[in-house]
Design a protein around this ligand. Structure first.
Ligand code: AMP
Length: 216
């Protein structure tokens, strides 16, 4: 099963992706995570991406497409398929990906769209904290850690993404509306999108997604 998960920043893509990946044993590829790891490591890719990600802008298509292509071509185990999180985010990315995978077992089968009104996203985003050590995601308003700024799971310090502030969020939401919403419409026309109401509780969201994917 090959899946794209799409949704505005703060729609809960990351949380749901971890569960899908575990339940269905898929290769999880998050373009945002790959950019952040490269920026932290100071790699040439990271240096190119940094000026865009920190402002909330999309990294140019050519850089992003090549990175995804490298990841997909080098997957150690292709048999269970993938969950691509945060890609494609523009129509050009969607078309480049289609060209790359046409007629192969890497073509996408299903798109999960996490639908949520933009007004609900500010607290979700500005309250978000993550553990860089184990990847657990918290929110200081909705799901605070037991001890302030410390991960419940592994005890490491929590951190806030540099782009999780209100100024950058506005740019990211504008990017989403302008570039990414048309990508969902593109897959809607192909009839492969499952729309999920991402304003529901995490358990309700998860049971809907699980059912949707099991029936594929
Ligand atoms: P995310 O963690 O998915 O919110 O991504 C964080 C940032 O990484 C975005 O705001 C973009 O700057 C960059 N990014 C991630 N995925 C893509 C993509 N498919 N195309 C362009 N930029 C991306």
């Amino acid at each position: 099963m090959n899946i794209f998960i799409m949704g505005a920043p703060g729609s809960g893509k990351g949380t749901v992706s971890s569960r899908i990946k575990e339940e269905f044993n898929l290769n999880h590829i998050s373009t945002g995570d790959i950019f952040r790891a490269n920026i932290a490591g100071g790699t040439p890719l990271g240096l190119k991406a940094k000026e865009y990600t920190e402002k909330g802008l999309l990294v140019p298509d050519e850089i992003t497409n090549n990175m995804v292509k490298d990841y997909l071509m080098n997957l150690a185990d292709k048999k269970n398929g993938y969950l691509l999180d945060g890609y494609p985010r523009t129509l050009d990315q969607a078309k480049a990906f289609e060209e790359l995978t046409k007629g192969t077992d890497l073509a996408v089968d299903r798109v999960i769209a996490m639908d949520i009104p933009f007004e609900e996203l500010t607290r979700r985003i500005t309250g978000r904290r993550t553990c860089k050590n184990c990847g657990e995601i918290y929110n200081i308003y909705y799901k605070p850690p037991k001890k302030e700024n410390v991960c419940d799971v592994c005890g490491h310090e929590l951190s806030q993404r540099k782009d999780d502030n209100e100024a950058s969020l506005k740019v990211r939401l504008d990017e989403y509306a302008k570039n990414t919403a048309p990508v969902i419409a593109y897959y809607d026309d192909k009839g492969i999108v499952s729309h999920i109401d991402a304003s529901k509780s995490q358990e309700e969201i998860w049971s809907t997604i699980k059912e949707t994917l099991k029936n594929k």
